[in-house]
Design a protein around this ligand. Structure first.
Ligand SMILES: Nc1ncnc2c1ncn2[C@@H]1O[C@H](COP(=O)(O)OP(=O)(O)O)[C@@H](O)[C@H]1O
Ligand SMILES: [Mg+2]
Length: 479
């Protein structure tokens, strides 16, 4: 492989970007190595590739008319210089240009892995997939995931939940404690193994379920009931969960009823409030209130006994908060309440270090507009790292999620994105990303992602490994 160069450096040469005339077989995205006269072998990547021809538009008409025309073509590529590892193992780029005329060679997997610092074989790392077009495993340091947050971005159907499932499998293998806010009910399926397919061999994956790891917390038919007590919620918040055109006008009657209940007992439920309302006031206001209280009751998440912290979080397990069928404002309430309580518990070391997965995160921390959970999302994003309380933020709208939250995610996994505003948000938030890479994000096939992290000298295209567990997103579409 080493013997034949794939091209020669020509033209204007910079230390970080070179032109290469192409003679061999290379494609956009390929890794190459070039010997620098001061520092030795340096890793680069083909950023763009272009064929220049001498065929004029006039001559092209001649071809149309059946004439034979000689076309001369030369292929040229632009190579981004990634760098080399110095004696201390730090990534460096040469500080003087390469010599024009230097040959460019295809880079072997060992060299790529070494310079990119992929930590192959190191412990405590999550195996996410393979470097695109190579057999090199791509892994993420698990501690840094919990301490420095991570985001998964793609358009709808881009494979976010699938990839998030891959990450969670790795966390389960490493006994990391996880909480998932699951608005679509896609994650319980991780109890069960995936069906075997041939692709799994290439990635060295075998089907496996994790029934002993997953705890489903849901309003009904869960391993644990999702329940909140009304004493944890004030009148204003309770009104906020109702579908009322003028919530303020209901404040006084509702407060009266709740105050009088509180005198009688610390524990009360929605039925008790309805009864109390009937006794103290029988106006049309109370009738509307009653209707809304009955609606909240139908959600089956309020009761006299709420969830205890040790029911929500169990060391080394994955708690799935299933919120399917729950209206968005109530989902925000659930996220707000649980995140708040758990973050406080984590600060006091009452629960182990935990990674919290927030699917559809743009709904829970929107850039514009209000969400009950915005404030706590922002707090956890900015302070969670100090306490080992990490976020895995999943969203199809990078442009619509709170920048303060997204910018705190130091590792980003980006699958196919096509919306121009979302692409702009990504281009602005990812360091070191080239315009060609942003362009490529629009055309990524399913299962290919661009990975960025402080560990990587340059954003990297990777192929997501197959799931070990059953992919719940697929099941939803079948039903
Ligand atoms: N890496 C992958 N390999 C195979 N199938 C995938 C992969 N990623 C996604 N899919 C499939 O593509 C579909 C959409 O994926 P999903 O994760 O639900 O998308 P999103 O959560 O972004 O809307 C699902 O049917 C899923 O099984
Ligand atoms: Mg999804």
């Amino acid at each position: 492989m080493m013997d034949t160069p794939i091209g020669i450096i020509y033209g204007d040469v910079r230390p970080t970007l070179v032109n290469c005339s192409v003679v061999g077989n290379i494609r956009q995205g390929d890794y190459v190595k070039i010997k620098h006269h001061e520092v030795g072998w340096v890793l680069g990547r083909v950023d763009s590739i272009e064929a220049k021809t001498n065929l004029s538009i006039e001559k092209s008409y001649e071809i149309m008319n059946g004439k034979e025309v000689q076309v001369e073509q030369s292929i040229t590529s632009q190579i981004i210089i990634i760098g080399y590892r110095d004696e201390r193992g730090l990534i460096q780029t040469p500080r003087t240009p390469f010599a024009a005329g230097t040959p460019v060679f295809s880079a072997d997997d060992d060299f790529i892995s070494n310079v990119l610092n992929l930590g192959v074989g190191k412990k405590g790392r999550a195996y996410i997939g393979l470097v695109y077009h190579h057999e090199i495993p791509y892994t993420i340091d698990i501690n840094s995931m919990v301490q420095k947050h991570i985001s998964v971005l793609a358009k709808t159907g881009g494979g976010k939940s699938y990839l998030t499932g891959v990450i969670i499998e790795e966390l389960m293998k490493n006994d990391v404690t996880v909480l998932i806010f699951d608005p679509h009910g896609e994650y319980e399926s991780m109890k069960y193994p995936a069906k075997y397919n041939k692709e799994m061999d290439r990635f060295k994956v075998t089907p496996r379920g994790y029934p002993e790891k997953i705890i489903k917390i849901s309003p009904e038919k869960g391993d644990v009931d999702l329940r909140f007590t009304l004493s944890q919620i004030n009148i204003k918040e309770l009104l906020g969960l109702m579908n009322l055109s003028d919530p303020r006008s209901y404040f006084v009657p509702l407060r009266k009823a709740v105050d009088s209940l509180r005198l009688k007992s610390v524990e009360y439920d929605l039925d008790d409030i309805i009864k109390e309302l009937k006794q103290i006031d029988d106006s049309s206001l109370s009738q509307t209130l009653e209707r809304e209280l009955r609606y909240l009751k139908s959600l089956n998440i309020f009761s006299k006994k709420g969830l205890k912290i040790d029911e929500i979080i169990k060391k080394g397990k994955v708690s799935v908060i299933e919120m399917k069928g729950i209206p968005p404002d109530v989902q925000q309430f659930i996220v707000e309440r649980l995140l708040y309580v758990l973050f406080e518990a984590r600060k006091k070391d009452k629960i182990p270090p935990t990674l919290v997965v927030v699917e559809e995160a743009h709904n829970f921390a929107p850039q514009q507009g209000k969400s009950l959970s915005s404030k706590i999302m922002r707090t956890v994003a900015s302070e969670g790292r100090k306490f080992g309380f990490g976020l895995l933020v999943v969203t199809q709208r990078p442009a619509k999620i709170d920048k303060n939250v997204l910018s705190q995610c130091s590792t980003q996994l980006i699958l196919k994105v096509t919306n121009p505003n979302d692409l702009k948000a990504i281009a602005n938030s990812v360091e070191n990303i080239t315009s060609t890479s942003v362009d490529e994000i629009q055309r990524l096939p399913i299962g290919v992602a661009l990975a960025t992290s402080p560990e990587l000298p340059i954003p990297l295209f990777i192929e997501v490994r197959p799931r070990e567990t059953d992919d719940g997103g697929k099941n939803i579409r079948v039903v």
